[in-house]
Design a protein. Sequence first.
Length: 263
Amino acid sequence: MFVGDEYESVATAFIDGDDALLVDALASLDEAQWLRRVLCEEMGKTVRAVAATHYMSDHLAGMSLFPDALTIAHRHHRHAFLSQNRRVDAFYREPRLVFDSAMTLRWGPHELRFVHNPGKTMDHVSVDVPSADLVCAGDNIVGNIVYLSKADPALLRQAIVRMRQFGRGTVIGGHMGRFPAATLDHAVHYLDRLQAAVVAIRATAEPQAIDARLAAIRIEACLAPQVEAVAFEREWHQRNLEAIVAQSVFALDTALASREAYA
C-alpha cells in the first residue's frame, strides 16, 4: 500500500510473481513516479493492470505512467470524472475494460471481486478480497467519517452497510490508509449523527441563523464513542459543513421528517 502526501491518497498493489495490479494510482504525478520507482525499479514488478475504485483525479495520477497496463473502471466512470470539483484532465485515461454490476479477477493467490457500490460517486467500486480479509473502500469512507460533497447521503450510507456485510477484517480507504472493520460502523455513526444535527437545525432555527449554526457543528458531536478525529478527518468535516450550506444537503430529509411529524 502506498499513501501519498497529496490528499493522503492511497494506492494498493496486489502481487502475482513479477506482476502487479494496482487499485487506484495516487493524486499527484510526483508521487505516482515514486510509486513506480519503488514497485517497478526497486521491487522489480511490472504493473499489468490499474483498476479505479472511482474515476476522480486524486486517484488517477499514475495511470499514464503504465501505458501498457490494462485499465479497469465501472461503466459510469465518465459521470464521476465530469462531476468532480477539482478535475485534472491530464490524468484521464480511457479504461480498456469496463463492467456494470460485478466482475471477478484471479490475481496470484487472491480473487479480487469488483462490486459496483455507488455512494460517494455513481461509478464507485468496492474491491472485496476474501483471501486477504480486506476490502478496498475507495472514497465511500474517509477514515472514521464520510465526505458528502455531491453524493446522496442515503446512497452513501447504503454503500458502507454493503461493505460491512462482506465481513472483512481490514478496510483500505481511498485516503489515509488501512483501518479495522469497525471503521465502517464509525462512518455510518458519523453520517447518521451529522444528518440528525442538520435536520434539527433546519427544522427549529430561525432562517437567518441556519447557515451559521450548520457551520458550527462540531465533529465531536458526530463521532462514534471512543473515536478521536485526526487532522485529515477534521479538514473534511469542515468541507462537509461547507457542502451542507452550499448545496442544501439534508434539506429533503428535513422536509420529509417535518411531513411525517404532522401526518
